[in-house]
Design a protein around this ligand. Sequence first.
Ligand code: AMP
Length: 215
Amino acid sequence: MRLVLLGPPGAGKGTQARMLETKLQTPQIASGDLLRTAVRNRTALGVQAQAFMDKGALVPDDLVLGMIEERLSQSDAQSGFILDGFPRTVAQAEVLGRILAQRHEKLDRVVAITVPDEEIVKRISGRRTCRSCGAMYHVIYEPPRTVNVCNSCGGELYQREDDAEQTVRARLQVYASSTKPLLDYYGRAGFLAEVGGIGRPEQIEHRILSALGIA
Ligand code: AMP
């Protein structure tokens, strides 16, 4: 299965991608996670990407595209993948199309998760991330067992710079202007299914599996 998950930040793409990864035995490839790992490891890519990420802007294509192409070339991504956070612009979607065409492959489906802006702001500003392993929590919806401590690795939880309310609003604007046009782009190509992103994660997973013809 070659799947793209679209949706604004905080729509639940990461949660759904991880659930689908287990169910479909297909790796999740999350551009934001790859970038955050690069930032944590202070690689040349990470150092350049960080300023864009902190203010909620898109990281330029010359940094993102090489990283994704490299990840897609790894052995676990040869028979399928769940892309989360990439592509984010029509230009990135065109590059993805070219990479797949070279492999004589194409996408199976693009699923867009839709959530109203005010709900997004509520969700993201309560989000906390583990500094060590990247696991995510929410102060109300999914609190850790001990305040500010990761259940999985004991690492410290923090609020990502780009999860602060003001930055979330900037990210929503970037989504509206740069990423939303992808709905038309993939809609015209006949790949798109839209699912509502309000509800329990299992309900949304069920909607996605139905859209994929699996549930
Ligand atoms: P995410 O975790 O997907 O919300 O991504 C966090 C941040 O990483 C975004 O706000 C962007 O700054 C950057 N980012 C992630 N994916 C991309 C992409 N495909 N193109 C450009 N920037 C990206």
